[in-house]
Design a protein around this ligand. Structure first.
Ligand code: ZN
Ligand code: ZN
Length: 369
């Protein structure tokens, strides 16, 4: 099969490697669409650690082509979203319902391995690591069956793929990690795939003041399109002052979908006493935050989330039902589609990522000669 491969930091090439075979509890999925997430770029550049060599891609959707032994929850021909939430189902965190921080998944995925501690990706004996148990910038991926979430067949794959990582993270950050409710105010810092979906989810939840912050005019325009009531440019506007003017006392909730120096701090300063911050993004593993202790005395709360703390088989179908209903306009995010041959350029900044989400689409079998 054809796959994007990173052998050294900063480089990506398209190579022919062996088609993987699913083992116990795994499924083989033929990819139809895979979104490009900033985490892919950070792992390719080395800003986030990733074991080399690896096949990037962790925002995939496609069709189940084969199942390994013991798989009963998905079948051949099912359309699936490949969630980055990979869970073993039997560890302490899984027992608590915290699937996104499963102890086995959290140990294996960053190390480039599947849940049994090995990889299915190889070429003539040379092994490749699996990015976040997925590696979906390839024609096929083998994933744990419980991270392959069946979806209705009429949902377009590019839309569905967004819920694998970025869209699912923004949706879950609001739905699973905040107490946002009718009439709430929320600040969303960073309007990429995560932030834009958080804006949509905040609107669904009933927030009436939704303030989007992003230096890109294109991203701000998209934020307005999906539900932001106000947009701010952090380079020109005085964000904190504007938030205070718009909310009277600071926002009820702030979501940091960027994770660069100063962004969590801005989120913390923009909330009211007793408000809450959810840290969602991180662009460099060495990033730290500095918060004023007095804010904690004022009962401000800070939390974070991996993958929006999604429960994939509940939250992904729910998000798609809202999409169908026109209330979660995920299709607006699919700004441009690309092919696998564009991936080296997309992951090394040679091709500038558009506002919203760049989605790589794969030829389907009936279209092949
Ligand atoms: Zn991602
Ligand atoms: Zn677990």
């Amino acid at each position: 099969m054809r796959a994007a491969v990173t052998r050294e930091p900063g480089s990506v090439s398209i190579e022919e490697i062996d088609k993987p075979v699913p083992a116990m509890g795994e499924v083989l999925v033929r990819l139809a669409a895979t979104g490009i997430c900033h985490t892919d770029l950070s792992m390719v550049s080395g800003a986030l650690p990733a074991p080399l060599p690896f096949v990037p891609g962790h925002e995939g959707a496609g069709v189940v082509e084969a199942t390994g032994p013991g798989v009963e929850d998905v079948g051949v021909g099912d359309h699936v979203v490949l969630s980055i939430v990979v869970s073993c189902g039997s560890c302490y965190q899984c027992g608590l319902g915290n699937l996104s921080i499963c102890e086995v998944g959290s140990a294996m995925a960053p190390g480039g391995l599947l849940l049994d501690g090995t990889t299915r990706l190889s070429n003539g004996g040379e092994e490749f690591h699996s990015l976040l148990c997925q590696s979906s910038l390839a024609e096929y991926a083998v994933v744990p069956s419980n991270s392959a979430v069946p979806i209705p067949k009429d949902i377009p794959f590019p839309v569905a793929s967004l819920l694998a990582c970025g869209g699912g993270t923004g949706f879950g950050a609001v739905v699973r990690r905040t107490t946002l409710w009718i009439g709430s105010s929320v600040v969303v810092i960073g309007c990429g795939g995560v932030g834009l979906t958080a804006i949509m989810a905040a609107k669904v939840r009933g927030a009436t003041t939704i303030i989007a912050v992003d230096p890109s005019a294109g991203a701000r325009a998209m934020a307005e399109k999906v539900g932001a009531t106000h947009v701010l440019d952090p380079d020109g506007d005085r964000v904190l002052r504007s938030v205070m003017e718009l909310t009277g006392r600071g926002a009820d909730v702030a979501i940091d979908a960027v994770g660069r120096k100063g962004t969590v701090e801005t989120a913390f300063q923009s909330i009211r006493a007793g408000g809450e911050v959810v840290a969602v993004g991180i662009d460099d593993a060495s990033n730290e935050v500095e918060l004023d202790l007095y804010g904690f005395m004022m009962q401000k709360r800070v939390t974070g989330t991996y993958a929006g703390s999604l429960v994939p088989r509940i939250d992904i179908p729910a998000a798609l039902a809202l999409y169908r209903d026109g209330r979660l306009p995920l299709d607006v995010l699919v700004s441009e589609t690309y092919t696998l041959d564009d991936v080296p350029g997309l992951l090394t900044n040679e091709i500038r990522l558009p506002p919203g989400r760049a989605v790589v689409c794969f030829d389907q079998p009936e279209e092949r000669p």
